[in-house]
Write a protein that binds this ligand. Structure first.
Ligand SMILES: [Zn+2]
Length: 471
């Protein structure tokens, strides 16, 4: 009964948070430079009576907002960074607002705002009902660069949490029982000697040759790595001109695998490849680790608490305009992608694999099923038990990191999914404050599943987070 009061208060407050999410969507900024979103969220939380600590882990845009005191300590994770080149209007056809600008193609404008929405409602409810404990919102920077939370974790801000909840915008509503991959991002910088490429090539030592030989070596390495590993690279500096033997060249790698141990070993082997390339070309190499995160360790106990709360809420209702938006948007996606996505949704039991998926799925057999892709939330899931859901914020078949996703996450469809997620997280947090068996069971499961592994940041101590780029 009383939880319905919380949900009703949240329904009343929805327009305020839709405005915040839209405002962030209209001001997309890349990781470590999300000053607009971070400031807006910090201001909103301070105005609501939260104590805000900024500059976490030397990251200008990372912050923690807290209210209450004492045990238990429960957190909600938020993000707010955008992706490069994904600018797009709220339109079901391709229509960039600014061709080269970033856009919220992963919906982090919704992700962070739902957390703010949930904690502000919870604070009011906890004050009124004398519920004790500490509630936190984590404003996490640079998820798309897969490192913001790692730097924050290195600063120790998650260490005293009893449990944490989070979510991600998606194309259906479900608990996230999946295990994303561990990752390391590493850049190799080769240093050689310039020479006239035609007149005196024998005097040059090409850093670009070293980059190319590293890539050849990595491509041979592929055959001899554990199944499911991923190796991808981008040449970040290929020299300045064909007629100058390049003295400097660099290549950036992403390495992914089932867990931290696998990725650490891939990193060790790739290092050897780069050193071999430097030896062959008589160049030298320096190495910078850019990011390193863990695979995600889902917590079934907390996911079930979230699922139970989803059961208390009505399905999201869509207007005729929203249905039309979804249909037209899908017409702008490759038909085989739409068909494949709908087939797999139907298989998972979503209602008629609708354009806008309703209902809420909890699929226990998917527990810890490997899922391609990585996130720095993986780090947090090895520090404290983490519950996570996805909600429908875009029509089915829309892929994250596309213009179709940017369009959806700025639309009322995205906002509805955000409010739904905020309520589920708020309900789950409230349950966790009032029923101590939830935290106890979640931690027992966490200790069992992590099997003695203790989180240790995969970014070396001397690597500092990037500074904001102000354009
Ligand atoms: Zn994302």
């Amino acid at each position: 009964m009383s939880k319905q009061q919380l949900f009703e208060a949240m329904t009343t407050a929805e327009p305020t948070f839709a405005d915040i999410a839209k405002d962030i969507w209209e001001h997309p900024q890349l990781g470590y430079s999300e000053l607009y979103a971070s400031d807006l969220q910090q201001r909103t939380l301070r105005d609501a009576g939260f104590h805000v600590t900024a500059n976490i882990g030397e990251i200008k845009t990372a912050f923690v907002a807290e209210c209450g005191s004492g045990a238990p300590i429960i957190g909600i994770l938020g993000e707010f960074d955008a992706l490069p080149g994904l600018s797009q209007a709220v339109s079901p056809t391709l229509q960039p607002i600014d061709e080269h600008a970033p856009g919220h193609g992963c919906g982090h404008n919704l992700l962070g705002t739902a957390g703010v929405e949930a904690v502000i409602a919870l604070k009011a409810y906890m004050d009124e009902h004398n519920i004790t404990g500490t509630l936190r919102y984590y404003g996490c920077s640079a998820e798309e660069l897969l490192s913001g939370k790692t730097f924050m974790a290195r600063a120790g801000v998650f260490d005293d949490l009893d449990i944490v909840y989070t979510w991600h915008p998606g194309t259906f509503n479900m608990t996230t029982n999946l295990a994303m991959q561990a990752l390391s991002s590493v850049e190799f910088f080769f240093h050689g000697r310039t020479a006239h490429a035609a007149a005196a090539p024998h005097l040059g030592r090409s850093a670009l040759d070293a980059v190319e030989l590293t890539n050849v070596g990595a491509n041979y390495l592929r055959e001899h790595v554990p199944d499911g590993s991923r190796i991808h690279y981008q040449i970040t500096n290929g020299g300045l001109a064909p007629n100058v033997v390049p003295d400097n060249a660099s290549v950036l790698y992403f390495l992914r695998g089932k867990n931290r141990t696998e990725v650490d070993d891939l990193l060790r082997r790739l290092h050897l490849v780069a050193e071999g390339a430097a030896m062959m070309t008589e160049t030298s190499v320096t190495v910078e680790i850019k990011a390193g995160c863990y695979d995600t360790l889902p917590n079934m106990t907390l996911n079930e608490v979230m699922y139970a709360n989803a059961q208390l809420l009505p399905d999201i209702a869509y207007t005729a305009e929203e249905q039309t938006f979804a249909e037209v948007l899908q017409q702008n996606i490759e038909p085989s992608v739409v068909a494949g996505s709908k087939a797999s949704m139907a298989q998972m039991g979503f209602v008629e694999a609708a354009d806008l998926a309703q209902g809420f799925q909890h699929i226990p057999q998917m527990f810890r099923m490997p899922m391609p892709g990585s996130s720095d939330i993986g780090d947090i899931s090895w520090i404290t038990p983490m519950g996570q859901i996805m909600t429908t914020c875009a029509p089915s078949a829309v892929q994250l990191h596309t213009w179709q996703a940017t369009a959806s996450f700025g639309s009322s469809i995205g906002m509805k999914g955000m409010h739904y997620a905020a309520k589920i997280m708020a309900g789950a947090v409230l349950d966790s404050f009032t029923d101590s068996t939830i935290i106890q069971q979640a931690r027992e499961e966490f200790d069992r599943n992590r099997a003695g592994i203790t989180f240790k940041p995969a970014i070396p101590d001397d690597v500092q987070p990037p500074k904001p780029v102000v354009s």
